[in-house]
Design a protein around this ligand. Structure first.
Ligand code: FE2
Length: 344
């Protein structure tokens, strides 16, 4: 072991007690021998038990119909979220007003992230209403099993199937090893052939079959050629789904002004698209330390932080790029329209 590795060992050990998921970046988490002795299996079981306790605390705030749908499927669909006129005005504003954005390319797909801090929201009352909607926040918090505040931004997903590199997000996968929520308010219809979101109903539950599959994956994940899999976002094959007694994925075809909230511990993907598509969403992420007993508001709920989480994240990345010469995959593309062609 190199000297630097001795220094890093306490950090790697601390990562086990948090949300670190990469089998490549953390040699303890990736160690096949430790995983054969049950490291990954125990992390999952403990995180699941902690999430169940937090969900029990959060449950009374959740609309009972939404809770029942979530408990059954792992995702919920809310149609006609905003009054029609408010929704149309929001989309018209977005189509005419360039905003500062970042982009990332994954194979044939470009994802644009446009932050919606307080200044942007002042001109988008529809987006502000969704972000402030207590019914939506309550079901997202229940899905993520945390009392925190989601990090919201505008997301544009541009598929260019004429480029042949595959998009890794079109492989069915779990984002991580514990409950975590994502939200999408779709700003246009997303039909069968528009590369819709898909989800395996019921795959958000930690069944004995899922736990066994996770255990088997943990033994070889570190050396798996699929980069996202090796980084702890496990990819699942159709025959493995069947062995876990799970149904095939369901395409979530939606009308504009529909909101989807999903626990992305459940298996999900973007359906591959064989024609060029551009889709805009008001998108939110919500997760916390998977082992924490705390279900109340967190750091992300603080006034001044809650609505600026994405700006803070991008500012941190920019500093990292300046000082450490690496700052992740997001590239600053300046001020652009949310529905403009890709810049990366
Ligand atoms: Fe995902």
């Amino acid at each position: 072991m190199r000297a630097i590795d001795w220094l890093k060992t306490p950090l790697w050990a601390a990562g086990i007690a948090g949300g670190t998921k990469s089998f490549l970046k953390n040699p303890l988490i990736g160690d096949p021998e430790l995983n054969a002795r049950g490291l990954h299996r125990n992390r999952i079981s403990l995180a699941w038990r902690a999430a169940e306790r937090r969900r029990a605390i959060l449950a009374p705030r959740v609309d009972p119909d939404l809770k029942a749908a979530f408990d059954r499927d792992g995702f919920v669909i809310l149609e006609n979220v905003l009054p029609d006129a408010v929704f149309r005005r929001m989309v018209a504003t977005l189509r005419s007003r360039p905003l500062p954005a970042h982009e990332m390319r994954q194979g044939q797909t470009v994802t644009r992230m446009t932050p919606v801090g307080p200044r942007v929201l002042a001109d988008l009352p529809g987006a502000a209403a969704v972000i402030d909607d207590r019914r939506i926040r309550a079901v997202a918090q229940y899905a993520a099993s945390t009392g925190g505040f989601p990090a919201w931004f505008l997301q544009t997903v541009i598929a260019e199937p004429n480029r042949h590199d595959p998009d890794p997000q079109t492989d069915l996968h779990a984002d991580t090893f514990h409950p975590t929520a994502k939200l999408w308010l779709f700003l246009q219809d997303v039909g069968e052939d528009d590369g819709p979101f898909m989800y395996v109903p019921g795959s958000h539950r930690l069944t004995p079959e899922r736990l066994e599959w996770e255990y088997r994956m943990s033994l070889t994940a570190r050396d798996d050629p699929r980069s996202h899999h090796a980084h702890g976002s496990f990819r699942v094959r159709p025959d493995e789904l069947a062995a876990m007694r799970l149904p095939p994925p369901r395409k979530v075809v939606v009308k504009a002004n529909t909101l989807v909230v999903a626990d992305t511990f459940g298996f999900h993907a973007r359906t591959p698209s064989d024609r060029p598509t551009l889709r805009m969403e008001l998108h939110g992420h919500l997760r916390q330390n998977p082992f924490s007993p705390w279900a109340g508001p967190g750091f992300t709920s603080l006034p001044g932080i809650a609505r600026r989480q994405v700006d803070i994240f991008l500012g941190y990345r920019a500093l990292k790029r300046r000082w450490l010469k690496h700052g992740g995959v997001w590239k600053d593309v300046g001020t652009v329209l949310v529905d403009s062609p890709p810049h990366v």
